[in-house]
Design a protein around this ligand. Sequence first.
Ligand code: ADP
Ligand code: MG
Length: 242
Amino acid sequence: MLLKLEEVTKRFGGLIAVNSVSLEIDEGEKVGIVGPNGSGKTTLYNLISGVYIPDGGRIFFEDREITNLPPHERTKLGIARTFQVPRPFGSASVRENVAIGAMFGRANASVDEALEMADRYLEMVGIYDLREKEAKLLTPLEKKLMELARALAMKPKLLLLDELLAGMNPQDINRILDLINKVKEEENIATIAMVEHLMHAITKFAERVVVMHQGAKLIEGPTMEVLNHPKVIEVYLGEKLK
Ligand code: ADP
Ligand code: MG
């Protein structure tokens, strides 16, 4: 077992953002996490990556308890994530932003190695030409690609993508999905969990899907089975499916 959540809960004042969620992710899995806006997906990522400490429950990574571990230590263990709203080091270059991932992730690279790795991953995601630019000058799409490069440069065992594909055109979506699949094979990234609202992206990518609803896990299982389940269709009624 790569990742295990045991009845994890996170409250914000009176609001229960994540309500006693148990979840297991195996090595090698490609998992989709879906659910309406506000259902707790990003909070779940924040709990796994250590941005928040849960109010209840426990989290394990490779059988080691990480419930209270700070984010940078989880990064070193091999947990990388992208942010729904990217926050780059604005005045640093794109290349430096990605190199920081290589230096502080599991890769633990020296500065020279990190810059080399940055070039390689920037090439891979298709923004090598922008590497000398200040990160804050990138378009939102370019910032997302830079985030993906930074996360990959960490050499994660578990990669958590938070709405990476939102706002991209179908052509870019397909390119990134192909890239992620290729990277998973070539870089030996054990697992990728992806939060997306784009159902066709989820069906193309995920082998298994977890559906969140009002902070709780509504259902999980093989992708098509789950997405066609009456409970899931009910939750998404009134939500615009793309
Ligand atoms: P999703 O990513 O599925 O859209 P979130 O995890 O962002 O959902 O949010 C789940 C719930 O928790 C929402 O009601 C949201 O408003 C609330 N929430 C998330 N983060 C915070 C925060 N830092 N402070 C207060 N409420 C929050
Ligand atoms: Mg979210």
